[in-house]
Ligand binder design. Structure first.
Ligand code: SF4
Length: 301
C-alpha cells in the first residue's frame, strides 16, 4: 500500500512507501523517550536514540540530551535512556555507579540475541570454540553483543575475512540484526566450504544462528518491488543508519535511478524527468513525517 501525492509543475506522481519507516524497536524507544520528556524529566540518551538527524533534532527540541560514554560521569543521579541497539554490561555497571535511573529501551529482539550469545559462549568456550558476529565494528548493537562475552568474539565485516581463519575448532556465528540476509547466507556458505576443505564436518563444528531481524529481512523484497514500480526512487535516511546502507543498495540494484537524501534540502531537480513516477522510501530509522515532507518537496518541483 502506498500513499500518493498529486503531481506538481513537472507532472511527477509521488508515492510514499507504506512499508518504510520506523521498526517496532525504534517506535518503542521514541515513544518511551517522549513520554518522559512530556513529564519534564531531564533525559539523557547514550548515543543517538535514532540514526536520523531530523528526528533527533525534534526530540532534542523537546529536551532530550544526547551524550557519549565519556559524559556518563557528569550526569550523576539523572535519567538515562538505553536505546533500541542495547548496551554492554559495562554500561549498566557505570550507570549504577553513577546512581542513574535507567529507562531501558533495548529492543526485545536485540535483548534475546544478547542472551543467546551469552548462552552459546558458555557452551562453546570450554570446547575452545569461537563466537563470530557478522556486523559493523563499532556499531552500538555490536558493542552490546561483544560485551556479553567479555569481548571474546570475532567481528566479521566482510566475507573476504573468512579465508585465513582457524578451521580446526568449532565456530558459532550470529548476525547483527540489521545485516543483509543474502550476505549472511553467502558468508555462512563460505565458512561451511572452508570447514569441508579442512576435513571437518560442518554439522558438528559450525553453528549458524539466524538472528537478522524479520522486520529488516521482510522489507527487502517489498523495497525491491517498490523500487521497480517507480521511474525514480528517493531513499530518505541518515548517514549513520546501518540498515539504511543495506536497504539503499537494494533500491539501487532494483532501480539505478535511486538517490539517497537526508532531507528535502538534498534534492536535485536534475534527478527527475517530467511526467514520471517517483517513489519515496526509507530505512527503519526514517520517520514517516520526514518521508512525507520530502514527498511534498518533490511534488512542488
Ligand atoms: S531493526 Fe529489528 S531488532 Fe533492530 S531495533 Fe528494529 S525491531 Fe529491533
Amino acid at each position: 500500500m502506498v500513499r500518493e501525492h498529486h503531481s506538481g509543475a513537472l507532472g511527477l506522481k509521488v508515492s510514499v512507501d507504506a512499508h518504510s519507516g520506523f521498526c517496532n524497536g525504534v517506535v518503542r524507544a521514541i515513544r518511551e523517550a517522549e513520554r518522559h520528556l512530556r513529564l519534564n524529566v531531564p533525559l539523557y540518551a547514550l548515543g543517538a536514540i535514532v540514526h536520523n538527524n531530523e528526528e533527533l533534532q525534534r526530540l532534542e527540541a523537546m529536551g532530550l540530551h544526547t551524550i557519549d560514554p565519556k559524559e556518563l560521569s557528569s550526569i550523576q543521579g539523572k535519567t538515562l535512556v538505553i536505546r533500541a541497539h542495547g548496551e554492554p554490561p559495562s554500561t549498566y555497571a557505570t550507570a549504577h555507579a553513577q546512581h542513574l535511573s535507567i529507562i531501558d529501551c533495548t529492543c526485545p529482539v536485540v535483548l534475546r540475541l544478547q542472551k543467546d550469545i551469552k548462552k552459546e559462549y558458555a557452551r562453546i568456550a570450554p570446547l575452545h570454540g569461537r563466537i563470530f558476529i557478522f556486523g559493523k565494528r563499532g556499531h552500538a548493537e555490536v558493542n552490546g553483543l561483544i560485551g556479553q562475552v567479555g569481548g571474546d568474539a570475532l567481528i566479521i565485516e566482510h566475507p573476504d575475512q573468512v579465508g585465513q581463519l582457524d578451521y580446526s575448532l568449532p565456530i558459532s556465528i550470529f548476525a547483527q540484526t540489521t545485516q543483509d540476509p543474502e550476505s549472511f547466507h553467502c558468508l555462512c556458505n563460505d565458512i561451511q566450504t572452508n570447514f569441508l576443505q579442512h576435513g571437518m564436518d560442518p554439522a558438528h563444528c559450525f553453528f549458524v544462528h539466524h538472528t537478522i531481524c524479520k522486520q529488516v529481512a521482510e522489507r527487502k523484497p517489498f523495497l525491491q518491488q517498490f523500487a521497480q514500480q517507480h521511474h525514480t526512487i528517493i531513499f530518505v535516511c541518515g548517514k549513520e543508519s546501518s540498515n539504511g546502507k543495506m536497504l539503499f543498495e537494494t533500491c539501487t540494484t532494483a532501480n539505478p535511478r535511486s538517490y539517497r537524501v537526508e532531507n528535502s534540502g538534498n534534492l536535485s531537480a536534475n534527478w527527475f524527468s517530467a511526467l514520471t513516477s517517483v517513489g519515496v522510501c526509507g530505512a527503519t530509522s526514517t520517520p514517516k513525517w520526514l518521508m512525507e515532507e520530502v514527498a511534498l518537496a518533490i511534488q512542488k518541483l
